[in-house]
Design a protein around this ligand. Structure first.
Ligand code: ZN
Length: 66
């Protein structure tokens, strides 16, 4: 599964493997280090993806999953 997170500084969306969950990554654009949400924090997103049959879910913070 892939996930994308929104950089807290430049708002760029960064596509990641779900392996990156709960780890720190560096934004390729502005180079700040920030933490990717843990999969456990994504329960709502993951159940929403199940509900729509494998589409992409975007949460209120701009993180999208699918
Ligand atoms: Zn950035």
């Amino acid at each position: 599964m892939k996930m994308c997170v929104k950089c807290p500084r430049c708002n760029d969306r960064i596509l990641l493997s779900s392996d990156a969950a709960d780890r720190r990554i560096t934004c390729p654009k502005c180079l700040i280090l920030f933490k990717v949400p843990a999969m456990e924090e994504l329960g709502e997103a993951l159940s929403a993806i199940d509900g729509i049959g494998g589409g992409v879910f975007v949460d209120g913070k701009g993180n999208c999953f699918g």
